[in-house]
Design a protein around this ligand. Structure first.
Ligand code: CMX
Length: 133
């Protein structure tokens, strides 16, 4: 069975968001990472069985930059960890005509291989699939 690995939240100002989420979650972030290929600065909080990822855009033209401009701050994506290999999961969904946003899994934040499903093919939710490299 797949599990929810993390939830991504788009924020305008990372410093403000870190303060807020440190207070709300009762834990400090364990990792900060720039993911140039996605145009994003990420900060992760580890909870008991899920992570929260804060996302700040590196540019207005990046996916998170466009999201913030169009929809404002808030829930950006849900990341699922499949129980099968990430490449097998990609192939399985592709063969079932789900619109994927990456031709194949690629390196993402937090030492994971990742790919995204278009929100139009997931009833309005951007889904990420991720698995440890
Ligand atoms: N959640 C739900 N819907 C979303 C969305 C999101 N995060 N981002 C965009 N949409 C919606 C848009 O509102 C739009 O809906 P309407 O047609 O009803 O207006 C639709 O999806 C298409 O959006 P668009 O404006 O045509 O396309 P964009 O250029 O904004 O691209 C998307 C949208 C999802 C294809 C793009 O953001 C993408 O490729 N995302 C995957 C990569 C990514 O998000 N990386 C950042 C996170 C990296 C990390 O976690 O480390």
């Amino acid at each position: 069975m797949a599990k929810v690995e993390h939830i991504g939240i788009a924020v305008q100002n990372m410093e403000d968001a870190i303060k807020t989420y440190t207070l709300l979650l009762g834990v400090s972030p364990y990792k900060e990472e720039l993911v140039e290929s996605e145009g994003v600065r990420t900060v992760f909080f580890q909870l008991e069985n899920i992570k929260i990822e804060l996302l700040e855009a590196l540019s207005t033209q990046s996916p998170v930059g466009k999201f913030l401009e169009k929809r404002g701050e808030g829930l950006h994506h849900i990341a699922l960890e499949p129980n099968r290999d990430i490449a097998d999961q990609h192939q399985y969904l592709q063969s079932n005509t789900i619109k994927l946003l990456n031709e194949k899994p690629k390196e993402g934040a937090d030492e994971k291989n990742i790919f995204f499903v278009h929100p139009k093919d997931a009833h309005g939710v951007l889904l990420e699939f991720c698995k440890e490299q």
